[in-house]
Write a protein that binds this ligand. Sequence first.
Ligand SMILES: [Zn+2]
Length: 182
Amino acid sequence: MEIRHVILDRDGVLNREDAAGGWIRDPQEWIWERGAREGLLLLARAGVRVSVVTNQSCIGRGLAGADEIARVNDHMRRQTAASGARIDDVFVCPHAPEEGCDCRKPRPGLVRQAIEASGVPASQTVLVGDAARDLEAGRLGGVQVVLVRTGKGAETEVSEQIEAIPVYDDLHSAAIDLLGIE
Ligand SMILES: [Zn+2]
């Protein structure tokens, strides 16, 4: 099956999560995860559309402004573009858990938004995540899912029910396999 759209979780797949468990509110705190930029380059070269879906409940909890989170995402996109790759869309859930929205992963709202905006059928879309809630959101959204061992991924691999889900070391190795690169 040809893959034409890849939906990426952000924290733990593209960037290192804050060591203290907090949220990244400033572009200066952005540190790329292992293999992320290499993976984005391969996806761009293959002409695959790339969307990012990210829970940022720090906004709904009053811990960060939507404008701060937007600046961090702009930084991510600019650095990606500067390296010759591309992030086509970013979808953020700003809600706190108790708001009961449809977009906070593991619910599938962000994945559905990404699919709709892409114009690519779910059957040609793959979601890459590091946490069980990413995989669940992808499954509920009707797309294939794969796990990477960056971020929470190594922990997810041993602690969650992920039988029959492909697991890769990082986004670079995931991209190589998903694109069928020798
Ligand atoms: Zn939401």
